[in-house]
Design a protein around this ligand. Sequence first.
Ligand code: PEP
Ligand code: MN
Length: 303
Amino acid sequence: MGFYPLMLPFEKKLKLGQLEVGGGGFIVAAGPCSIESREQFLEIAQAVQTAGASLLRGGIFKMRTHSHSFQGLGEAGFEIAEDVRERTGLPLVSEITDPRQIPTLGSVVDVFQIGARNMYNYELLKELGRSSKPVLLKRSFSATIEEWLAAAEYVRGAGNPNVILCERGIRTFERVTRNTLDLSAVAYVKAHSDFPVLVDPSHATGVRALVRPMCLAAAAAGADGLLLEVHSKPASALSDGQQALTIEDFRALMNDLGRLLPALGRWLEPGPLPRGAARASLAKTLATAKRVSLVGPDAPFTS
Ligand code: PEP
Ligand code: MN
């Protein structure tokens, strides 16, 4: 079995604006699978920010299995992305599917996401290596850990050290879940590479009810944060509604993380504070989180 060799000592943490990734804090990137409209994206963005998310996710170019499925808003989504990013102040992560999108998408996102289907697209990786914008590199559903780290080296080797890995489940014989979440990969890359690593339990499980326990397990396994799908109306989402947390689910999860992380010597990395009325609401959420207690093994947290 070929283990990936220990790499040269690169800086293990990186900065995303004010946000530190990989320095012990835990970051939470949350938002819809796809940006569908201004109203939808703004509502979800403000809700996740108020609940404590430090980054915003939202697909503009979607890589869907079927050509007749919603493909994302494409360039029509740029103005919405820019507006919501401006209004919340949250850094935005969104998938890039083609090197020709670098200048345009690059002007509205803070992190380029490489999707599982493009992890092997070495020309795209090399092109992103020539930019300095952080890259969130998802593991392909069929990639070994060695191949995943080798893909990350395409970006770093071309000059961009700002790579964050993302474990999003691999394909196995199991069909009850969409993929199989490989948390051992998280512990492995933390021990054998310099890259921060996030976990995406939404695509790893494909099942809303399984997302929360896998988020907690990811934190315990040493992940540097999460990439999560959240929707205000999952039943009418244009993509991946079955795995999206509701806003209420997300609030409960953030509450859980606020209690779990200190036990692991970790903390929730704070994102930019919301503006206006939402700022007071977040302050209240944080104050409430300090008073919560668990009632029964499966009971929700209550104050
Ligand atoms: C996504 O994040 O919406 C996505 C398409 O993920 P993946 O590339 O992991 O399937
Ligand atoms: Mn999705």
